[in-house]
Design a protein around this ligand. Structure first.
Ligand code: ADP
Ligand code: MG
Length: 254
C-alpha cells in the first residue's frame, strides 16, 4: 500500500499495525485485512469506473442502515482517489458460504448451512421496508441500468435479451428489502452459520425473487440441497419460469 493512502486510512482508524491480503478475493475489488491496536478492519478497493460506482453505493448502504438493525459490517470510511476508491468496514471473522460449502465434510453439514441461509434470507425479506416502493419500479430501474451497460459494452446480455425481459415481466409481487446480489459468495458464515451480508451495493427495496433465484443458483440442479434451502426459506417458492427470468435473464446484465 502506498504511503499516501496509508496516511489517509490512518487518519480514519488510527495507526495500522498489520496489513494482510485476504485469502478469498471478489471479482470487482481487492480486499485486505487491516489491524490496529483496537480492532480489525476490512479494506475493499476498486479501480474500474463501474466497480467504483458500485463501491460508492456499497458505502452508502452501509452508512444508511444503522449498524445492528441489518446484519451488515459496520461502516468506517470511504476514500476516493484519482484512480481508485476504498471502503473501510468492520472485519467479520468468517468465510463465504461458497467456501464453507466447499469445505463441508458431509452432505448433512451442507444441508444445515443451506437451511440456515434460507432462514437468514427469509428473515431479511420479512423485515419492514425502509421506504415503500411501487411494484416493478425496482425492475424498471434494473432495465435502465442494464440498457446502459449493454450500450457501453459492459454486459453479457444483449439488447435482444433485454427487450425480451421488458416484454415478459413476471406477475408483480409485494416488494421487500433485497440484497441485490444474493449469491453464496456474498454471505459470510460465522461459527457454522450464515450471519452477515457482504457486497451490499444493490441492497434496496425490490423484487425478492431476484435474491431467491441467485441464492439457489449454486444448487439449483441438486434437489436435496434446494429442499434444504426451502426448509429455511418458507415465505415463497419461485417457479422454474421465474427462476430462469431472474437468474438466466436479468442477471446476465450485472
Ligand atoms: N466485512 C468483511 N469481513 C471479512 N471479510 C470480508 C468482508 N467483506 C468482504 N470480505 C471478504 O472479501 C471477499 C470479497 O468481498 P466482496 O465484497 O464480495 O467483493 P466483490 O465485490 O469483489 O465480490 C469476500 O469473499 C470475503 O472473503
Ligand atoms: Mg462478492
Amino acid at each position: 500500500m502506498n504511503q499516501s493512502l496509508k496516511r489517509k486510512i490512518e487518519a480514519e482508524i488510527g495507526k495500522i499495525t498489520a496489513i494482510k491480503r485476504m485469502p478469498e478475493q471478489g471479482c470487482t475489488s481487492v480486499v485486505f485485512r487491516l489491524e490496529t491496536v483496537e480492532q480489525s478492519y476490512l479494506l475493499k478497493s476498486s479501480f474500474k469506473d463501474r466497480y467504483r460506482v458500485w463501491l460508492r453505493s456499497e458505502a452508502q448502504v452501509l452508512q444508511k442502515f444503522e449498524y445492528g438493525s441489518t446484519p451488515l459490517p459496520a461502516f468506517y470510511a470511504f476514500i476516493e482517489e484519482e484512480r481508485a476508491s476504498h471502503l473501510i468496514m468492520s472485519y467479520v471473522d468468517g468465510i463465504s458460504l461458497t467456501s464453507a460449502l466447499n469445505q463441508a465434510g458431509s452432505l448433512s453439514i451442507k444441508k444445515t448451512l443451506i437451511t440456515g441461509f434460507g432462514e437468514f434470507l427469509n428473515q431479511f425479506h420479512e423485515t419492514e421496508q425502509v421506504q415503500p416502493e411501487k411494484e416493478h419500479s425496482w425492475l424498471e430501474h434494473q432495465f435502465s441500468l442494464a440498457s446502459s451497460y449493454v450500450e457501453s459494452g459492459q454486459a453479457e446480455g444483449d439488447m435482444k435479451l433485454l427487450e425480451y425481459m421488458i416484454s415478459n415481466k413476471p406477475k408483480p409481487v409485494r416488494q421487500t428489502m433485497i440484497h441485490g446480489d444474493c449469491t453464496t459468495d456474498n454471505v459470510l458464515v460465522v461459527k457454522g452459520k450464515v450471519e452477515v451480508f457482504i457486497d451490499v451495493s444493490g441492497m434496496t427495496v425490490g423484487d425478492p425473487r431476484y435474491d431467491e433465484a441467485l441464492a439457489i443458483s449454486k444448487f439449483h440442479e441438486q434437489p436435496v440441497l434446494k429442499e434444504a434451502f426451502y426448509q429455511g426459506y418458507s415465505r415463497n417458492r419461485i417457479s422454474q419460469t421465474e427462476y430462469e427470468y431472474f437468474e438466466e435473464g436479468l442477471y446476465m446484465f450485472f
